[in-house]
Design a protein around this ligand. Structure first.
Ligand code: FES
Length: 113
């Protein structure tokens, strides 16, 4: 049985969640929206298309992922690897190429507590 897109099972090889939570300026915690969360998600979508990964890798907007001070925060499943995007152009390209294609963690972007 196939769905309308021809898929035979639910899910993706990699599912990327990008925090775009926005907070009031008075809020004591930082927010990923103010640190470029929306731009980061759009860059992931562009990289997925550019690398012909549509249908295999999905980038979705997320609400607060609760690692706000380490953000802008991204998590990639199924591995559950958490990333901080410091350089949106370079980091997004490397995460798509190295993590999603070459199956290697981009260590320099990993969130460390
Ligand atoms: S606001 Fe992005 S992780 Fe909380």
């Amino acid at each position: 049985m196939k769905d309308p897109k021809g898929r035979t099972k639910p899910g993706f090889e990699h599912h990327i969640f990008i925090c775009e939570n926005k907070r009031d300026e008075e809020h004591p915690r930082e927010c990923c929206y103010d640190k470029g969360g929306n731009d980061i998600r759009l860059r992931f979508k562009q990289e997925i298309i550019r690398n012909k990964l549509t249908g295999k890798v999905r980038a979705n907007k997320a609400g607060c992922l609760d690692f706000c001070e380490q953000g802008p925060t991204v998590v990639v499943y199924p591995e559950g690897i958490w990333y901080r995007i410091a350089d949106s152009e370079k980091d997004v390209k490397d995460i798509v190429k190295q993590h999603c294609i070459e199956k290697k963690i981009v260590k320099r972007c990993q969130i460390k507590l």
